[in-house]
Design a protein around this ligand. Structure first.
Ligand SMILES: *Cc1c(COP(=O)(O)O)cnc(C)c1O
Length: 497
């Protein structure tokens, strides 16, 4: 399809875009327990969107031309540092999301390591548990630094302090950063930050606390009297923290904070360059030209809600979390993994005859609830992830009833396993030489739709089980191939015109 020659009118444009959303999961209403965050505050979306629109054309590349950018950013960073106990020297930056915050945290550590080891022919190493967000794997790949991935304790799902200490000893002067989560996305548990950070600090290695998903929850939980282990800048050795405003601050997508203990350390994340014939460039983030819309929207949403408002939202969210945990306790064959520290829950089978989380997710889908299947890889159990949100509380009885009946239904079935023919076909492939036509054929064979309305079939457990069964490299190649098939330009076939 070529871009039509005639311009269209506003109403038909809005209608066409709305029609594109037809098959989207709902972003409000509390029935989707991953990817979206719904506060339930009636005018919040309007307040955020008004700011988003008002600032959409402001270029946050240059605060000297658009001083509003610095005012908004300094407020947001100040609010974040207040919540996360930043010291008097602490600073930060507003980024486009958690991944960018994690990326810049690794960049800061890399530059610091290089500055501290000017003559070293060696490469810096990032030490992290396998439960660290995949954004850190991406960061180490893009920034070309080495990484050491540590296992987690099989009952608490936290990294062990002794393992981190041993990894630090082993890496010696190569160690550039330790990454810990507060909490981890997959399991919702907090690493032993208070034990580990001082050990890293003793060796001069900075610690990044990834509070992308917990940073706007844990401080309020603590204020509400819940037990929260020290996880923020109060812990000596914590040099940077990430917290996503587009998660539990309920801001529209596109805003995260990366906070630093001090401005010297933050400088490592900047890019400054003036030796080209264009304008002198200072980029405080990976992007250069960027819209001030998302940060203005985050500012508006934070102001609309306020500290009291967030406390109420967190209380509602935690009550919903506790209600789900209590319900799961009563369900045969299902358990909550580890100790959920905030408002994330990972559901796993209880015992060898327990409920298959993949089948549970399918059975929940059939009942109109989305919970997220997480494969059992790297020696960790298969789970179903729940991002509980403020609106979950309103429908909590209905949710728990759905969970009970979904678990009962799933308990009747054998665990999802890969179709043996499909698995054999997949295993015969060599990911290093795999071409996209072969990937396409396999995807079709597997019943995966990459056409008009891409997505998993209603019963996805078999596909999840297939992916889980495959070696990592093959799995990643197939997943990338699937997205390559989804993203095909809408054009007329050649020679048609
Ligand atoms: C969401 C998340 C990220 C990545 O954030 P994006 O905003 O999706 O880029 C990183 N770490 C944790 C713990 C997260 O939950």
């Amino acid at each position: 399809m070529t871009l039509p020659t005639d311009g269209a009118d506003a109403a038909s444009i809005a209608a066409a875009l709305q029609a594109y959303r037809e098959d989207d999961a709902p972003t409000t209403g509390g029935r989707v327990l991953a990817y979206v965050y719904d506060s339930g505050i009636a005018d919040l979306e309007a307040v955020g969107n008004a700011a988003l629109t008002a600032f959409s054309g402001v270029n946050a590349l240059d605060p000297t031309v658009f001083p509003s950018v610095a005012r908004i950013e300094n407020d947001l960073v100040g609010w974040g540092l207040d919540l996360l106990a930043g010291g008097p020297a602490a600073v930060g930056v507003v980024t486009s999301g958690g991944t960018e915050s994690c990326m810049l945290a690794v960049k800061a550590a890399r530059e610091q390591w290089r500055a501290d080891h000017p003559d070293s022919p060696r490469r810096p190493t990032v030490i992290m548990p396998i439960t660290a967000h995949s954004a850190f794997v991406k960061a180490t790949e893009l920034l070309d630094v080495d990484r050491v991935m540590l296992p987690v304790d099989p009952t608490t799902f936290q990294v062990r302090t002794s393992d981190v200490a041993a990894a630090l000893d082993e890496a010696g002067s190569d160690a550039a950063l330790v990454v810990l989560s507060a909490p981890s996305y997959a399991h919702g548990v907090i690493d032993p930050i208070e034990d580990i950070a001082p050990i890293a600090a003793e060796r001069g290695v900075p610690v990044h606390v990834d509070a992308c998903i917990g940073g706007w929850i844990l401080p309020f939980l603590s204020q509400l009297g819940y037990q929260v282990p020290p996880f923020d800048f109060r812990v000596p050795g914590v040099r940077s923290m990430s917290v996503d405003l587009h998660k539990y601050a309920y801001a529209p997508k596109g805003t995260s904070l990366l906070l630093f203990s001090d401005p010297e350390y933050r400088l490592n994340s900047y890019f400054a360059y003036s030796d080209w014939p264009g304008y002198p460039v200072v980029n405080t983030t990976l992007q250069s030209t960027k819209s001030a819309g998302p940060m203005a929207a985050a500012w508006a949403v934070c102001r609309r809600i306020g500290l009291d408002g967030y406390r109420e939202l967190v209380l509602a969210t935690r009550r919903a979390t506790d209600a789900i945990i209590a319900a799961v306790d009563e369900i045969d064959g299902l358990r909550v993994l580890g100790q959920p520290a905030s408002t994330l829950i990972a559901l796993a089978a209880d015992g060898p005859d327990g409920v298959d989380p993949f089948l549970l997710a399918d059975a929940m889908s059939a009942r109109g609830w989305f919970i997220q299947a997480q494969p059992g890889v790297a020696g960790l159990p298969r789970t179903a992830h729940l991002t509980v949100q403020a609106t979950t509380l309103g429908g909590i009885d209905e949710f728990c009833e759905a969970l009970r009946s979904a678990a009962a239904e799933a308990a009747q079935q054998p665990w999802a396993a890969a179709d043996p023919q499909l698995e054999a076909a997949a295993m015969a492939l060599d990911p290093s030489t795999l071409d996209l036509a072969t990937v396409d054929a396999l995807l079709k064979f597997a019943g995966l739709d990459a056409g008009e309305s891409p997505g998993l079939p209603a019963e996805a457990a078999g596909i999840q089980a297939l992916l889980e069964a495959l070696p990592t490299q093959l799995r990643d190649t197939l997943l990338a191939g699937y997205f390559s098939a989804i993203f095909q330009p809408s054009r007329e076939p050649a020679g048609d015109s």
